[in-house]
Design a protein around this ligand. Structure first.
Ligand SMILES: Nc1ncnc2c1ncn2[C@@H]1O[C@H](COP(=O)(O)OP(=O)(O)OP(=O)(O)O)[C@@H](O)[C@H]1O
Ligand SMILES: [Mg+2]
Length: 261
């Protein structure tokens, strides 16, 4: 335990711009994701959070540097190798991406059908248990269009957890959820992690609340990444752009609380 599962070494990601110039979304960034821990990636919209997750999964290729998963350079993997690597991940992308023509049950059962040889009664038992844990029992036969936004998120979460993944990548898992449900999702997450011991990367705007889950926090800004061991460490940072981040995302309440101490 406590090795490094994912590592970025001097990784750059560049997109061409229409005017012939280039957009350097990531500029030689470095970080390591420790095994069995939760890393939160924060940063303003368009700073490269989702791009970072796509690079990890090999859905995008880096334009410089190395993306390592278990020490293996993702860019050197062929189709087969990539598929094998991806089976270790549970992924919840922005927008939850459920299949509209499939019921809740079918959506959650899909990874088990596609990636395992389990029999239907086994699949049913697993899916029902996951749905019950996310307070979705009784909604099995509904279609995504018949669910609330928060329920759709939870079905997406159920699907990501289905194969008991070693590594979870969540892109804004609580966007659109009310504060109570957000809190419940985080509690469920902490509980599931304590039981299953997975490694997690959570991209979130839900600051500072999500920081309670974090063992490590990465802030992306203008192509650069800063890595922090705690939210206190972020607040102590003397870098101007990090102080700005604290002011705009953690709010004055959070800061005045600090001043009182
Ligand atoms: N396939 C692509 N082609 C060109 N540019 C892209 C592509 N994907 C992302 N980008 C650009 O890279 C930048 C980072 O995008 P990304 O989706 O990672 O942002 P983000 O940090 O996840 O933002 P948000 O919080 O809004 O989800 C954006 O400026 C985006 O326009
Ligand atoms: Mg994004």
């Amino acid at each position: 335990m406590n090795g490094t599962v994912i590592e970025f070494r001097d990784v750059s990601k560049i997109f061409p711009k229409k005017d012939g110039g280039e957009q350097r979304v990531l500029d030689r960034v470095n970080f390591a994701i420790p095994e069995g821990k939760t890393t939160v990636i924060a940063g303003r919209s368009g700073q490269g959070k989702s791009v970072t997750l796509k690079l990890v999964l090999g859905l995008m290729r880096a334009d410089g540097g190395q993306v390592l998963v278990d020490g293996q350079d993702v860019s050197l993997l062929g189709k087969k190798g990539l598929n094998a690597m991806r089976t270790r991940f549970g992924v919840l992308f922005q927008g939850s991406a459920l299949f509209d023509s499939l019921t809740v049950y079918e959506n959650v059962a899909l990874p088990l059908r596609e990636r395992t040889r389990k029999k239907e009664d086994e699949i049913r038992a697993i899916v029902e248990k996951t749905l019950a844990g996310l307070e979705l029992s009784g909604h099995e036969s509904k279609f995504p269009a018949q669910l609330s936004g928060g329920m759709r998120r939870r079905v997406g979460l159920a699907r990501a957890l289905q194969l008991d993944p070693e590594i979870l990548l969540f892109d804004e898992p609580t966007t659109g959820l009310d504060p109570v449900m957000t809190q419940e999702i985080y509690q469920l997450f902490a509980h599931t992690q304590a039981e299953a011991g997975f490694t997690a990367i959570i991209v979130s705007h839900d600051i500072p609340r999500v920081f309670s889950l974090a063992d490590q926090i990465i802030v992306i800004d203008h192509g650069a990444m800063d890595v922090f061991a705690s939210s206190d460490e972020i607040q102590r940072s003397e870098k101007a752009h990090i102080q700005e981040f604290v002011r705009t995302t953690m709010g004055s309440l959070y800061q005045s609380h600090l001043v009182e101490q």
